[in-house]
Design a protein around this ligand. Structure first.
Ligand code: PLP
Length: 496
């Protein structure tokens, strides 16, 4: 046996090259398919079983395989995760502990309501708190993610227009910097999308909004993220919401960036009618492979009759789930059962353990951390829009591009330096965008390390040492992947 067979030559140090289990299988080692004893008559009278095609590997091999795979996932528990627009904050272990209490973890959604009063109280209390934090009192916890919340919210708006007979309203206004889920949601709801141009300014202007609104008779509403996807607060939002409302439209706020505002301002106060909240962003429930999303929606009192069911109601000391029978104008159910209950427990634990003052500090520290990074890097990287940022800062590769080093090269170099990259090439309207969201849970030490890595990249580019950037990362098990091909021609099955 040669050395590269004995030790897989791609394994280095204690980092293993992990092949598929089938590649490890050696037919002479018994695994799950024990050889059929000769001359044995099966008691069922059936023919002897054929091979079922599972790899012939032993229990320790299987165990090692999956344990090794589990160590390959980069996560917020292993390091800094500055992915803009994703709010990769620490998931407090207290939340996990509470979600695992047997009284919560072992519930079945079809149990009689009288046996799950505590769980319903958790959901009811979360509804109340989310209503208070947004200023939008109608809350439905059912949507299973942010994008699902967008769908729930836009269907609510559609239903309200239909109830008033305003079926000519077939258009939704969306800024060009929006997250892709916004126009996708509007389209799935049957709306036409009209773009509000912000490309030059990074923010909504009254002129661009008026231009998109026109006479407004066909406008159902707008979908706006605030702070927006460039990490900037929309300073004209109150006037814009006023113009939209005067034209009979509703303001859908994409609440994915609520971490910049939570406890500080209530979106209803700047004119929002409907908003989703990503519990897995602002309220710290695990995501990105760590757990399911959860995207409750919050709506004004006027829109509450139309939102989906179920909604938890409290009468006296009893809690119950309202259904279609209690809410004749509801758009109905969007999924089975009651939403991601485990995430409701975690989010409530997060809110209660922070309190009013703690949540306010979350928003302020998130904004402070992003501005710290921006202030340290603005000499080295181009900052496309003026003014302080909110909870994420936007840079571009403009200063490096002339030397042939692009945003992609910078992101891959960060991987070589053991950092998860920032969000790249989003928002789409900004050339070579790098969107950095540190969140409030990073220490100054970890921010400083990231800043040093970024500065040293800029310095090396200035020193003319740019060729090597196209090769990074070089120390990882895989290097640059053909991501387009992987997405377009995924191999989902192992074939012999
Ligand atoms: C994350 C995000 C969404 C979508 O939320 P999911 O929970 O991933 O479905 C929508 N809009 C913005 C701005 C986001 O950052």
């Amino acid at each position: 046996m040669t050395l590269d067979v004995a030790v897989n030559i791609r394994s280095r140090g204690l980092n293993y090259e992990e092949n598929l289990l089938w590649d490890k299988a050696r037919s002479d080692e018994p695994g799950v398919d024990l050889p059929v004893p000769e001359g044995l008559r099966l008691r069922t009278g059936a023919d002897a079983r054929g091979e079922i095609g599972l790899p012939q590997v032993s229990e320790p091999q299987v165990l090692r395989h999956f344990v090794r795979l589990s160590t390959m996932n980069y996560s917020i528990d292993s390091g800094f995760f500055p992915l803009g627009s994703c709010t990769m904050k620490h998931n407090p272990r207290l939340n996990e502990k509470l979600a695992r209490l047997p009284g919560f973890a072992n519930l079945h959604p079809m149990q009689p309501e009288s046996t799950v009063q505590g769980a319903l109280e958790v959901m009811y209390t979360l509804q109340q708190y989310l209503g208070e934090l947004t200023g939008l009192p109608g809350v439905c916890l059912a949507p299973a993610a942010g994008a699902h919340g967008e769908l729930a919210g836009m269907m609510t708006i559609r239903r309200a227009h239909e109830a008033r007979g305003e079926v000519q309203r077939d258009t939704v206004l969306i800024p060009d910097s929006a997250h892709g889920t916004n126009p996708a949601t509007a389209a799935i709801c049957g709306y036409k999308v009209k773009t509000i141009v912000t490309k030059e300014t990074g923010r909504l202007t009254l002129e661009a909004f008026r231009e998109a609104l026109g006479d407004g008779v066909n406008v159902a509403g707008m979908m706006v993220t605030n702070p927006n996807t460039c990490g900037l607060f929309e300073g004209r939002i109150v006037e814009i919401a006023g113009l939209l409302h005067a034209a009979g439209g509703y303001f859908y706020c994409d609440g994915a960036n609520f971490n910049a505002l939570v406890g500080k301002i209530r979106p209803a106060d700047f004119g929002v009618d409907v908003m989703h909240i990503n519990l897995h962003k602002t309220f710290s429930t695990p995501h990105g492979g760590g757990g399911p999303g959860s995207g409750p929606i919050c709506v004004t009192e006027a829109l509450a009759p139309f939102m989906p069911v179920p909604v938890v109601e409290k009468t006296g000391e009893r809690y119950r789930l309202q259904t279609e029978d209690d809410r004749p104008e509801t758009l109905g159910r969007l999924k089975g059962f009651h939403g991601q209950f485990g995430m409701h427990v975690r989010a409530l634990a997060y809110i209660m353990s922070h309190g009013n003052d703690g949540l306010l500090q979350v928003a302020e520290d998130a904004v402070l951390n992003a501005n710290y990074i921006m202030s340290q890097l603005k000499e080295d990287f181009h900052v496309p829009f003026e003014g302080p940022c909110m909870h994420e800062c936007l840079l571009t590769d403009k200063a490096q591009k002339e030397a042939g080093v692009t945003t992609l090269d910078i992101a891959k170099t960060l991987v070589e330096y053991s950092f998860h990259p920032m969000t790249v090439y989003f928002p789409l309207v900004v050339q070579g965008a790098m969107l950095i969201e540190p969140t409030e849970t990073e220490s100054q030490d970890s921010l400083d390390r990231f800043i040093v890595a970024m500065k040293s990249i800029a310095e090396d580019v200035r020193a003319g040492d740019s060729g090597r950037f196209h090769d990074f990362p070089v120390s990882t098990p895989r290097r640059r992947l053909d991501e387009v091909r992987a997405a377009k021609e995924p191999k989902l099955r192992w074939k012999r």
